[in-house]
Write a protein that binds this ligand. Structure first.
Ligand SMILES: C[S@@+](CC[C@H](N)C(=O)[O-])C[C@H]1O[C@@H](n2cnc3c(N)ncnc32)[C@H](O)[C@@H]1O
Length: 195
């Protein structure tokens, strides 16, 4: 089963499962976005649009996702354009966006380093990348998560992604904030700056 097929199946229940647990975390992450600045903001792997209510007004947003059934549930906003596409091969020129949002997408895609490199490519120098996701720490055993990963990565998400390993592959990015967020720090809220 491909990720697109599984998220097509998950789309009708996604909000019921995920919305409540992640609402405050999303708000905290998106508080870093400017208000009324006319910035261009990429929302990568936008899913059903759970981030949309917390996007501050006065900017132009582009949301991209692989799965049409998820995109079909994104709430309408006049300042939000949607596109179907692959976060590992973004269909945008270099330095298109002032900010990029990667909420629950880096640990989902099969090649997180490609996804992060693409976000870095399309983000302007001095711009910011906002991440919320679940990551292992370097050297963390997490045997159960690693054991479940071969199944989980095919139907919903990877469980074995070490953020530091991914970041090391994208040298143009530096960490400006990295805080434990949920589930004993398994989920982290991270801000990166493009240098
Ligand atoms: C866990 S959901 C997260 C959705 C949303 N970002 C959120 O925070 O609720 C993962 C999303 O990534 C999308 N996705 C999976 N692989 C993708 C890819 N290669 N490119 C773009 N989106 C992808 C899925 O369709 C799904 O909507």
């Amino acid at each position: 089963m491909s990720l697109r097929s599984s998220y097509t199946v998950l789309a009708p229940i996604y909000n019921a499962v995920v919305a409540r647990a992640t609402a405050r975390l999303r708000e905290r992450s998106l508080a870093a976005l400017p208000r009324g600045a006319g910035s261009r903001i990429l929302v990568c792997g936008i899913g059903t649009g759970l981030d949309v209510p917390a996007l501050p007004p006065g900017n132009l947003h582009v949301g991209i996702d692989l799965t049409r059934a998820m995109l079909a549930r994104v709430p309408h906003r006049h300042d939000l354009i949607l596109a179907q596409g692959d976060a590992m091969r973004l269909p945008f020129p270099d330095a298109t966006f002032d900010r990029s949002v990667l909420h629950l997408i880096l640990a989902v895609v099969p090649h997180p380093e490609r996804c992060l490199a693409e976000a870095a490519r399309v983000t302007k120098r001095g711009g910011m990348i906002l991440i919320v996701d679940k990551f292992l720490r370097p050297g963390q055993t997490a045997w159960l998560r690693r054991a479940l990963n071969p199944l989980s990565r095919r139907i919903a998400t990877r469980l074995d992604v070490v953020f530091e390993d991914v970041l090391a592959r994208v040298p143009s990015l530096v960490v400006t904030e990295d805080v434990p967020a949920l589930a004993g720090g398994w989920f982290r809220r991270i801000r990166l700056e493009k240098r």
